[in-house]
Design a binder for this molecule. Structure first.
Ligand SMILES: CC(C)(COP(=O)(O)OP(=O)(O)OC[C@H]1O[C@@H](n2cnc3c(N)ncnc32)[C@H](O)[C@@H]1OP(=O)(O)O)[C@@H](O)C(=O)NCCC(=O)NCCS
Length: 186
C-alpha cells in the first residue's frame, strides 16, 4: 500500500481522465486499465460505483471515484480503501432550505457541506440512498451519525483546491494518508 491519494481535474470526459490517472497511479499503460461499475443496490454492472476491474496485469487495482460539474470532471484514485469525490460550483448549495436537505455544520460553507457528504456516500457506495440529513461531516471526518446504514469506522475528509470549484474527497481508511497529489490538466 502506497498511501497515496491522487486527485485530477480537467474539462475532458470523466472516464477518459479516470483511465489515464489510474494508469499513472499504477505506472502502466492506459490500455491495461479496464473500467466498470458495480451498483450496490441492484447488482448491475452498468451503473453505480465506478471501479477498475482486476486483470492479469493489474491484479490489485486502486479504488476510484469521479464527479462532474458542467464541463469539469474530477477523479480520485487511491490504494488506501474505498474513495469518493464530489465537485460543485461555488454557491451551489446557497439556498434558504439547504439545512433541511443536509446536516449542515453552522459556520461552514453549505456547498462544502454538500460535497463532503456526497463524497462520503460515494465512498460508501450507497449514493444518496443514505439520507444526507442523517450524517454530519467536518474536516476531521464523521461528527454525527444518525443513519440506520452501518457507520464506517474511519472516514478521512480531504478538502481539495480546484480553481472555481468546491471539491472534497472521502477515503474510508484507518491508515495514514501519506501523500495527496492534486493535478490540474489542460
Ligand atoms: C451517486 C450520486 C450521489 C451521484 O451524484 P450526481 O451529482 O448525479 O453525479 P456526479 O457527477 O457527482 O457523479 C456521477 C458518478 O458517480 C458515480 N456513482 C454513481 N453511483 C454511485 C454509487 N452508488 N457509489 C459511488 N459512486 C457512484 C459514477 O461514477 C457516476 O458517473 P458514471 O455513471 O458516469 O460513472 C447520485 O447519482 C446517487 O445517489 N445515485 C444513486 C442512485 C441509486 O442508487 N439508484 C439505484 C439504481 S438501481
Amino acid at each position: 500500500m502506497s498511501g497515496r491519494v491522487l486527485v485530477a481535474y480537467a474539462e475532458v470526459a470523466a472516464h477518459d481522465l479516470l483511465r489515464s490517472e489510474v494508469a499513472r497511479f499504477h505506472g502502466v499503460s492506459r490500455d491495461r486499465v479496464v473500467l466498470g461499475h458495480a451498483c450496490g443496490r441492484c447488482g448491475s454492472d452498468e451503473h453505480g460505483r465506478p471501479l477498475v476491474l482486476p486483470t492479469a496485469s493489474l491484479r490489485e487495482p486502486a479504488a476510484v471515484s469521479l464527479a462532474r460539474a458542467g464541463a469539469m470532471s474530477v477523479v480520485a484514485v487511491t490504494d488506501l480503501g474505498p474513495i469518493g469525490v464530489d465537485v460543485e460550483p461555488p454557491g451551489a448549495a446557497d439556498f434558504p432550505g439547504f439545512p433541511t436537505v443536509a446536516a449542515h455544520l453552522p459556520g461552514t460553507d453549505p456547498t462544502r457541506t454538500w460535497v463532503r457528504t456526497e463524497a462520503l456516500v460515494k465512498a460508501l457506495g450507497t449514493g444518496l440512498v443514505l439520507d444526507p440529513r442523517h450524517v454530519r461531516l467536518d474536516e476531521t471526518g464523521v461528527v454525527r451519525w444518525e443513519s440506520d446504514q452501518p457507520r464506517p469506522p474511519h472516514a478521512r475528509v480531504l478538502d481539495v483546491d480546484v480553481p472555481r470549484h468546491v471539491v472534497s474527497v472521502v477515503v474510508l481508511t484507518g491508515h495514514d494518508v501519506v501523500a495527496v497529489e492534486v493535478r490540474g490538466l489542460d
